[in-house]
Ligand binder design. Structure first.
Ligand SMILES: [Mg+2]
Length: 212
């Protein structure tokens, strides 16, 4: 369970930004269940053992991560599965790539649960009239679905995804966009996130960073 800053520490800020993945909900359990579900079906469908399917996935992810480094699509599960099919010379099985992506995210959304501490803090901040935003790496389509599933839509004024900005955290463009959107200066804002390498980029724009 992450430790969040107290409401006392945060009440002086005009806007509090949250990272989404692994800050508001635990990423690993949802990802593990989703990947297991998708790869089990992948292995069965293409008559592979699970180790082979796992290795294919890891290799495909590596290729896409490297090729699209710093862009939202570098995390695209559709591109991972498409790349796995290319490796197997099944590159024309487009509907399979779509199907495995669908299985992955369906299972992920089913397994995902909010951190109770995060929800408590979000509600407290909301009650005190502190404006909330999300700054997250990944494509808008799935990040919006996560917000819907977590029933958090009503608490946040904006969600900013790296897909919309064209760069990922810690690039200052994504944080600058957030400040412009909320019409605030960096020193009026806090950023709460689980990743010191990416979320801490908020400090370069004068925001106070809290690692959870
Ligand atoms: Mg995160």
């Amino acid at each position: 369970m992450p430790t969040f800053p107290s409401i006392k520490e945060l009440q002086g800020f005009k806007v509090v930004f949250f990272d989404l993945d692994n800050t508001i909900y635990p990423y690993e359990p949802a990802h593990k269940a989703a990947l297991n579900s998708a790869l089990t079906k992948f292995a069965f469908h293409y008559d592979l053992d699970m180790d082979t399917a796992n290795n294919l996935y890891r290799e495909a992810r590596k290729i896409i991560n490297q090729r699209l480094h710093g862009q939202a699509a570098s995390h695209s599960r559709l591109l991972y599965f498409k790349e796995m099919l290319t490796a197997l010379n099944h590159n024309t099985q487009f509907s399979d790539a779509l199907q495995f992506e669908k299985i992955y995210w369906q299972e992920f959304l089913t397994e995902m649960i909010v951190f109770p501490e995060a929800l408590k803090l979000i509600k407290q901040l909301n009650k005190r009239g502190i404006v909330l935003g999300i700054i997250t790496d990944l494509t808008a389509q799935i990040q919006l679905q996560k917000m819907k599933k977590l029933k958090l839509e009503t608490y946040f004024s904006h969600i900013i995804t790296s897909e919309e900005i064209g760069v990922e955290k810690p690039h200052s463009a994504i944080f600058r966009h957030a400040l412009n959107l909320f019409e605030v200066d960096g020193d009026q804002c806090a950023m709460i996130g689980d990743n010191i390498k990416t979320d801490q980029g908020a400090e370069n724009l004068g925001m106070k960073f809290y690692l959870v």
